[in-house]
Design a protein around this ligand. Structure first.
Ligand SMILES: [Zn+2]
Length: 454
């Protein structure tokens, strides 16, 4: 088509139908018969009403015949953000849920993670976890890898190859009394972290970035924590770790660092609490500790399946939100047995209802609120909300095309239902059969396309 030199971007996709997402003001905003255009850079170029088709097509230089119309059973929602997942542990997901955290790490986790020195094994598992999470609608994942730098770089490559937005962390740990060969010296841990960051950034993957990753206080000496805080600050990087997951862990952390008043204070003293920090769990944080999260801009990842499966604790999300601490959801594979964020949505709601059973005046999270935590909330927790999390002009188009009535799917439709009910049904009953397409930064990543021979 002739281009008369107008500064209008060419559209990569234009869709017409129902769009549902969250905003800062509303946990659920429903846009019916909307038109959304995605430009050649994968960004949302416009969102308008169906009735404005002619004007929009002129303004943005597309033909009305290029518009893809959704069916009455379909809608678009933002891609989901998994704020905490251990990629290597996917190899034993769905098993080994019979021990509390510290014994679980010693018995199952460390022996398995130590195998990721083997790059063939790493490639197999990392390909599986990236494909599985994408298929289940995780457009952004914040991954822990293992202590092995080359295997961690491989995870970054695989996420990039399949088009997933990801933060990838090479795990740092210079203490491990149970599996002696699965730890680093303090010096190696910092040197390899620097090498990991340098090499991953050198690849210039558009959607994959490194995240500084001390495993947690119990696996790291003070000098290592201090060095990692400095590395993150000097390179303006994300940070991820665990905090206050299990009562025994909290007690040991405080014994290890008696000069710190609280668990949160330990990370704070080592400059590991910043506005680019996400800490998993936080079940036992006091109000003072939550205030410190708020002050520093650090966020929490709520991983309800893991908290229940390892009998770790119960996070009161309502209380976290009252403290205005940023919060997203995480699967925490394999402490959490499901890699699907839809499971995290359901367990988050179950956990909130459990608190209501115990304390009737507790205000249960609504499904709309949990939907926001899985999408916009997650992007805020990872400080990626300028790029992703909802449908706003200028953000990347990270989206799921959902068909609630997908053939052979898990949902039976017996009467016409409005979009809000369709979303509720999908969140509670849906699975990957309902997620017919997945987009990350405008690129269709599901269904998978076979790599073309070059
Ligand atoms: Zn974890």
């Amino acid at each position: 088509m002739a281009n008369s030199g107008k500064p209008t971007p060419a559209m990569r996709h234009v869709y017409r139908g129902t769009f549902m997402h969250s905003t800062q003001q509303a946990p659920l905003q429903i846009l019916e018969d909307a038109l959304l255009g995605v430009d050649k850079d994968g960004k949302i170029a416009f969102i308008g009403k169906g009735g404005e088709l002619n004007k929009l097509s002129q303004d943005f230089g597309f033909s009305p015949s290029e518009v893809t119309q959704l069916t009455k059973d379909e809608f678009f929602m933002p891609g989901m953000v998994d704020t905490h997942i251990h990629a290597p542990q996917y190899s034993y997901a769905g098993t080994a849920l019979d021990l509390p955290l510290l014994q679980w790490l010693d018995t199952y986790t460390f022996p398995v993670e130590s195998r990721f020195r083997d790059l063939e094994f790493a490639k197999k598992v990392y390909t599986q976890v990236v494909k599985r999470t994408l298929r289940n609608g995780t457009t952004t994942a914040c991954y822990f890898a293992t202590i092995h730098t080359d295997a961690s770089l491989l995870l970054g490559k695989i996420a990039n190859d399949f088009g997933q937005r990801a933060l990838v962390g090479k795990v740092c740990m210079d203490m491990n009394n149970s599996v002696q060969h699965y730890k680093e010296t303090t010096q190696d841990s910092q040197d390899e972290t620097r090498r990991f960051i340098t090499e991953l950034l050198k690849k210039k993957y558009p959607l994959v970035k490194p995240v500084v990753t001390p495993r947690f206080v119990l696996s790291c000496t003070g000098p290592l924590l201090g060095e990692l805080g400095a590395i993150a600050r000097d390179n303006n990087l994300h940070i991820q770790s665990h905090i206050s997951e299990n009562a025994q862990e909290v007690k040991i952390a405080k014994e290890m660092f008696p000069e710190s008043e609280t668990y949160t204070d330990i990370y704070h003293k080592f400059n590991l609490l910043t506005d680019k920090t996400v800490m998993a769990h936080g079940c036992y944080l006091s109000d003072d500790e939550l205030n410190l999260f708020k002050e520093t801009g650090a966020s929490l990842s709520h991983c309800p399946n893991s908290n229940i499966s390892l009998c770790s604790g119960v996070l009161n999300v309502r209380n976290v939100l009252k403290h205005k601490v940023k919060l997203g959801l995480g699967t925490d594979v394999a402490g959490g047995y499901s890699a699907s964020m839809l499971d995290a949505v359901r367990r988050a709601r179950d956990t909130s209802k459990f608190i209501t059973i115990q304390t009737p005046e507790h205000e249960t999270l609504t499904f709309e609120e949990v939907f926001r935590l899985a999408t916009l909330g997650g992007s805020q927790a990872l400080s990626l909300d300028e790029q992703t999390g909802n449908f706003e002009v200028g953000k990347d188009f990270d989206a799921l095309r959902v068909n609630v009535a997908a053939p052979e799917g898990p949902i039976d439709i017996s009467q016409e239902e409005g979009p809000k009910i369709q979303l509720e049904r999908f969140l509670n009953l849906g699975d990957d059969r309902n997620i017919v397409e997945v987009y990350v930064a405008g690129r269709k990543v599901i269904p998978f396309t076979e790599p073309t021979a070059e």
